[in-house]
Design a protein around this ligand. Structure first.
Ligand code: PEP
Ligand code: MN
Length: 264
């Protein structure tokens, strides 16, 4: 398989903006779950940038469990992301939900995110395989590592080798956390594949309280980066407020990451 370490011994790395994903540095992607307005996104972006984040996240197409929940600003959200990138210089990562919108999302995004619910949307993966743009592939809610790597293979076999794997928690019997963050996936996946691996402790735990410790643990375990939800006012967030850090708490987290990196 193209994504296997057997096929390619050397770790894959590529540049996004000023940072290199899959190299020695830990790349931090942060921002709100959803783009709600230009003011909200700009405030988030300026806050996470000052705290050291290199990439801005924000969903414009939102895969919500309930059809009555906020579904995202769609193309207007993508335009806001592009304007905030212009103002802050931060590259953007945002989710695509179906194969018909791959084109429009690719026009705006620097990294295209495939959400956990779409990890095995094989038609969409094939479309993404035709692009020359990094794809952030989240692990399916109940996907084994083998299934996750096969999903990456769909993209790579289409010609796009720039795939970032993202562990975001899996379904287990445990209900105290939203998902069970599988930190053991980091060394296992790094052994099996040359692709970069990042961790999303926000969806992994579902509660901002557990995000800093799981971020430190992910970096200590060898993750190439993190994706963290940050909102200027989490209590007002239209999506995932309970797991979103304030900018102040996110600042404290990035300082702690530097300490972890120093002892490694
Ligand atoms: C998200 O990143 O906001 C998201 C919906 O993530 P996941 O697909 O991991 O649930
Ligand atoms: Mn979210």
């Amino acid at each position: 398989k193209l994504v296997s370490r057997e096929f390619q011994e050397q770790s894959t790395s590529f540049n996004v903006g000023n940072c290199t994903i899959g190299a020695d540095e830990v790349v931090v992607m942060a921002g709100p779950c959803a783009v709600e307005s230009e003011e909200q996104l700009l405030e988030s972006a300026e806050g996470v940038k000052a705290a050291g984040a290199q990439i801005l996240r924000g969903g414009a197409f939102k895969p919500r469990t309930s059809p009555y929940s906020f579904q995202g600003l769609e193309e207007e959200g993508l335009k806001i992301l592009a304007r905030v990138r212009e103002k802050t210089g931060l590259p953007i990562v945002t989710e695509v939900m179906d194969q018909h919108t791959v084109g429009v999302v690719a026009e705006y995004a620097d990294i295209i995110q495939v959400g956990t619910r779409n990890m095995q949307n094989f038609y969409m993966l094939r479309e993404l395989g035709k692009l020359d743009k990094p794809i952030l592939l989240k692990r399916g809610l109940s996907a084994t590592i083998e299934e996750w790597l096969m999903a990456a293979e769909y993209i790579a076999s289409g010609g796009n080798r720039k795939v970032i794997l993202c562990e975001r928690g899996i379904r287990t019997f445990e209900t105290a956390t939203r998902n069970t963050l599988d930190l053991s996936a980091i060394p296992v996946v790094k052994h099996l594949t040359h692709l970069p691996v990042i961790v999303d402790p926000s969806h992994g735990t579902g509660n901002w309280r557990w995000v800093p410790s799981m971020s430190r643990a992910a970096v200590a375990a060898g993750a190439d980066g993190l994706m963290v939800e940050v909102h200027p006012r989490p209590e007002e967030a239209l999506c995932d407020g309970a797991q979103s850090l304030t900018v102040e708490k996110f600042e404290a987290l990035t300082e702690d990451l530097d300490k972890v990196a120093r002892v490694l």
